[in-house]
Design a protein around this ligand. Structure first.
Ligand SMILES: [Zn+2]
Length: 405
């Protein structure tokens, strides 16, 4: 079954449920809940059953040898951390070669493909392929059995299996990333530990991209941000209303050379409320607890994007006290679970300030933090309705994390 729709919601090329003609690449709509569309063919391929190019993870060029020595992000025995997610960054070959909203799939997008599609081993014009057919709308894509390049045996397995990269780094080991592997009768994500030097194929996707982020965070600095904090696009974020305890927050990234990565900052209670599931907006109150006392920040109508259990919140924030005013972009990303938010990372970029005593970080500074133990537990809000902390005689304080030292 092939369906033609004249123009998609982004006003770009039409979306189809199977590849309709020779004008590749096409966006294929598999009816996936996140809104993700999969390309009909690989990077460097001229038709769906073409193998296309083979890329080491994070590289944007093909080559003849795929080993540590030839890998751009391997130095002195170490794999360079180029970010927990390279989707949409300058390390993303789909994004760099195809442009626009095309990008490498995230692990979540590969998991979603496998969850909502049935897998069969098939053949197209004499080429063995894995075929994914949607249980949602019967749409389908084929992925040729490209094999893979590895350090010892060069190109192997072509015709009998296929390996495709995701843009998601293995959080437990720098040398691995996640991908999709399949062969006759089997398909899985993260087929064993996939070592980043391997040459795999790339099948691009387009998320249901939430373009509101561009109004808050300039596209030019998004790649910098994404080295520290995953940005979850998509228009189906989870409902995260509730209160959470970040205890403590530690610094994981900074533009200031004097900052000490790993430094423990304040603990913080965050309360999310009034999430509008149609407009994708949410309100946030944060109360930071440090040895100097409490400080309060508040944002209303913040934007929330994401899909499945992953979300990103971003908004313009203003901070004010007796000696300064400032405007920041504040970002929070994480994964909603039954007990709280996993891998909560947050941070800010200083946009403007009035700061005659020069106590705040310079304009352009960013700092990113995470909850030290990786789990921000759901808790009951300790401060009563709204803030309720006036009882505790809180003075107006500047947020501790924007102080210069
Ligand atoms: Zn096509």
């Amino acid at each position: 079954m092939t369906e033609f729709t004249p123009v998609d919601s982004e006003g770009q090329q039409p979306t189809n449920t199977t590849c309709p003609d020779s004008n590749h690449p096409h966006k294929i709509d598999l009816g996936l809940p996140s809104g993700t569309k999969w390309a009909c063919c690989n990077v460097d391929a001229s038709k769906p059953e073409d193998y296309g190019g083979y890329y080491a993870w994070g590289e944007t060029y093909t080559k003849d040898v795929y080993n540590e020595a030839s890998y751009q992000y391997y130095n002195n025995g170490n794999y360079q951390n180029i970010g927990s997610s390279i989707c949409g960054t300058n390390y993303d070959v789909a994004h760099m070669k195809w442009g626009g909203a095309w990008r490498m799939p995230s692990l979540e997008q590969i998991q979603e493909l496998m969850e909502y599609c049935s897998y069969t081993w098939s053949s197209v014009n004499g080429i063995n392929v894995g075929k994914f057919t949607s249980r949602k709308n019967s749409g389908s894509i084929i992925l040729p059995a490209v094999g893979s390049w590895n350090r010892s045996s060069g190109l192997s397995g072509r015709g009998s299996n296929g390996y495709y990269w995701s843009g998601t780094q293995d959080p437990y080991a720098d040398r691995f990333a996640y991908g999709l592997g399949f062969g006759s009768g089997h398909a899985s994500y993260n087929d064993g530990h996939l070592i980043r030097i391997s040459g795999f194929a790339i099948r691009p996707v387009q998320g249901d991209v939430d373009t509101r982020m561009s109004s808050v965070i300039p596209d030019s600095i998004r790649p910098i941000i994404e080295e520290y904090i995953p940005i979850y696009d998509g228009k189906n974020p989870p409902n995260i209303e509730g209160s959470y305890f970040l205890s403590p927050q530690v610094l994981i990234g900074s533009s200031l050379s004097n900052d000490e990565i790993g430094k423990v900052y304040a603990s913080e209670y965050q309360k999310y409320s009034s999430q509008d599931m149609n407009k994708n907006t949410i309100d946030l109150v944060g109360v930071e607890e440090s040895k100097d006392g409490l400080s309060v920040s508040k944002g209303t109508g913040a934007y929330i994007s994401g899909s499945n259990n992953n979300f990103t919140i971003y908004f313009d924030m203003e901070s004010e006290n007796s000696y300064s005013t400032s405007k920041l972009v504040y970002i929070v990303s994480g994964t909603k679970t039954s007990t709280g938010i996993r891998n909560l990372t947050c941070g800010f970029i200083m946009k403007e300030k009035y700061d005659p005593q020069n106590k705040l970080v310079p304009v352009g500074t960013f700092r990113f933090f995470k909850d030290q133990d990786g789990m921000s537990e759901a808790v009951s809000w300790p401060y009563g309705n709204t803030y309720g902390i006036r009882k505790r005689n809180v003075k107006s304080r500047v947020l501790p994390f924007i102080l210069a030292r």
